[in-house]
Design a protein around this ligand. Structure first.
Ligand code: ADP
Ligand code: MG
Length: 325
């Protein structure tokens, strides 16, 4: 055990309670539960993501960045639903012997993102575990009633769009593992600190037919969206937007780009009639939006190369990707 150890109640009162102040129903984290006042004409959207040391992050990643990633992966889910975040609930299972300094750094990261994204920490639970550090965050967002964007709305003829760039997070993981060179640190920074596309939440309401955030790999996630919508997709591999850093290594790592995950971009479908408004949205939000394919009749995701030849994609990656191309 290194240094001062963690005290549950001190931690809650000193480090977490200040993050609850903007939300009266949290009662400063002094009660058994928080109260959420009803808001007329508004749907409350709820999502939860858990992260485990050694699975979702490296145990010695900076504690503040672990906290911020935890917040951001959840806010990404809300943004994809067209919802604006307002509150978080946090469950932490600390390994026995974690230092008080670690907890302070973690709380500092949490505080920063609570402030940057205007959300309050309204409750949670703090326990110890003989296992690895385990974190679970629940995020609450609001969207005008009935205007939330679902996965199940894609229609045949829609274009398939994605925000930002794809692959940086998954390539950043390879860089973190020392398996890839990342000269300017861009890929690693995208792995450690995703940028949830909060700025698209409001503009995509009423424009996107269906949306989800890309966390588990573009091809697989698009497959989920298509399955619940009862449609198929043609995905043009060559149209998938890559950062400069990703482009530099994509030749050897295209399967990682398309199936690796950790992107936290928004994947959505919209009819061609929305092209102009989507260009305006992209400019106003300063977030690139790129067409990567089309919704078609049928089922499953058909991936095509630049010569429009179908590419076979294994669950874990590409097969035949580089064949004669
Ligand atoms: P209980 O014994 O009922 O579980 P606790 O003593 O664990 O209550 O929690 C006291 C207060 O502190 C509650 O408001 C709870 O929501 C809050 N709390 C505990 N752990 C956390 C945490 N990790 N993040 C935010 N709030 C927390
Ligand atoms: Mg209680």
């Amino acid at each position: 055990m290194a240094g001062e150890s963690v005290d549950e109640f001190g931690l809650i009162a000193d480090l977490f309670a200040p993050l609850s102040r903007s939300y009266p129903g949290a009662m400063g984290l002094t009660d058994d539960a928080a109260f959420m006042p009803p808001v007329n004409g508004v749907d409350t959207v709820v999502t939860m993501d858990a992260m485990v040391a050694g699975v979702h992050f490296f145990p010695d990643d900076p504690a503040d960045l672990i906290a911020r990633k935890l917040v951001r992966v959840n806010l990404s889910d809300l943004a994809a639903k067209g919802a604006q975040p307002f509150a978080l609930m946090l469950a932490v299972a600390f390994p026995i012997g974690i230092s008080a300094q670690w907890a302070r750094d973690f709380a500092r990261g949490l505080a920063q993102d609570c402030q940057d994204f205007s959300v309050a920490l309204i409750g949670g639970d703090t326990v110890s575990t003989p296992g690895p550090l385990t974190l679970s965050l629940t995020a609450f967002g609001h969207v005008p009633a009935g205007q939330g964007i679902l996965r199940r709305g894609a229609r045949v003829g829609d274009r398939i769009w994605v925000s930002g760039t794809i692959g940086d997070g998954a390539l950043g993981l390879l860089a973190h593992q020392g398996r890839l060179s990342d000269p300017d640190g861009h890929l690693l920074s995208r792995y450690l600190l995703p940028r949830p596309r909060i700025g698209l939440a409001i503009p995509l309401r009423g424009v996107a037919h269906a949306a989800m955030d890309v966390s588990d790999g573009l091809v697989q996630d698009l497959g989920h969206l298509c399955a619940v919508s009862g449609v198929g997709a043609r995905l043009m591999a060559d149209w998938v937007p890559l950062s400069v850093a990703a482009r530099a290594v994509a030749g050897d790592h295209m399967s990682t780009v398309l199936t690796g995950g950790d992107d936290y971009e928004i994947l959505f479908t919209a009819p061609p009639s929305a092209d102009t408004v989507l260009q305006q949205i992209s400019q106003q939000a300063d977030i690139p939006l790129t067409v990567i394919g089309q919704v078609i009749d049928g089922a499953g995701v058909a991936v095509h190369d630049r010569d429009d030849r179908p590419i076979s994609v294994a669950r874990t990656g590409w097969r035949h990707f580089s064949a004669d191309s």
